[in-house]
Design a protein around this ligand. Structure first.
Ligand code: ZN
Length: 300
């Protein structure tokens, strides 16, 4: 056996261990919020992404500019998503805020943003999907050819189906695959809305405890596996590093979600391993790369 060249050995040893061992992953649901920055600096957050071999991360800042703090440190890996949220509770009031459209228009004109979201559309809080702020943002996304990240939380699929039918050119990254919906309901949306990519963040046993996608051993449930096999190009994975979990967002205490980052991503890595390699690679990496116009072979 020939000895490993010294320079190569030094390079390999200088890489953080997980990055050497783990295949690259695209994380389609990342937050960097002001109450996360209190406990996790931008530098630390980017190091966590590198340690977990994250090749691409869709980052939603609160306020929006927080995403750019990460992007400055890792421009090749970070896809900044423009968020209208600025203050505590905005997740529940944004669709009534008359300044949203003008702010979005100005932000998108800068060319720095590659998506809009995460927009919470939640039963009991959100008006009809055809009200001016919601419709206006969807039209802006189409105009700029960028996706929207929507978090819908309804016990039925009608809200999203009607919205997608009304905006046929709109690409939707669907957070948590509808959060509380069953595989059969998700199947309905996938059939009705050809430009929906279902993203599976937080569908783990610690967040959506009543409807995770896996069994107690961390393996994908059969109904989810069938659905993924039916739409192999339209599923994504993500971490959604928010902790402790509170649906209504806690603004008075720091969010330590980044300290849980490895656990949230490993959840996906575990069940992905049991899929055929070509299918696993789509969900783990290349579906997200394609969605953002990157070459799946090079990631560039
Ligand atoms: Zn989120």
């Amino acid at each position: 056996m020939r000895p490993v060249p010294l320079a190569l050995l030094v390079l390999l040893l200088s890489l953080p261990l997980p990055a050497r061992a783990l295949p690259p992953l695209a994380d389609s649901h990342v937050h960097y919020k002001w109450n996360q920055e209190e406990v996790t600096s931008a530098e630390t957050a980017v190091q966590i992404l590198l340690d977990n071999n994250i090749a691409l991360a869709l980052v939603i800042g609160t306020p929006a500019e927080h995403a750019l703090k990460l992007q400055r440190l890792a421009p090749q890996r970070i896809i900044p998503i423009w968020s209208p949220y600025r203050a505590p509770g905005d997740w529940s009031t944004w669709s009534f805020d008359k300044t949203v459209l003008e702010r979005a228009r100005r932000a998108l004109a800068s060319g720095r943003w590659q998506g809009i979201g995460e927009l919470h559309l939640i039963s009991g809080f959100t008006p009809a999907w055809d009200t001016p702020v919601i419709s206006g943002l969807m039209k802006l996304a189409i105009e700029h050819a960028i996706p929207v990240l929507l978090h819908t939380e309804y016990s039925q699929t009608q809200y999203l189906s009607e919205l997608c039918r009304t905006h046929p050119g709109l690409k939707i990254v669907w957070a948590h695959a509808g959060a509380i919906l069953t595989p059969a309901q998700v199947a309905d949306v996938m059939a009705t809305c050809p430009a929906v990519w279902a993203e599976l963040s937080a569908r783990d046993p610690w967040r959506y405890v009543d409807n995770p996608i896996t069994d107690k051993d961390g393996q994908l449930l059969p109904a989810w596996r069938q659905l993924i096999e039916r739409y192999p190009d339209r599923f994504l994975v993500g971490s959604d590093p928010v902790w402790p979990v509170e649906r209504l967002d806690s603004w008075d205490e720091a969010d330590s979600g980044w300290q849980q980052y490895g656990r949230f991503v490993d959840f996906h890595r575990t069940w992905l391993k049991a899929l055929p390699p070509a299918l696993a690679e789509k969900l783990r990496l290349t579906n997200a790369l394609r969605l953002f116009g990157k070459d799946p072979a090079t990631g560039q």
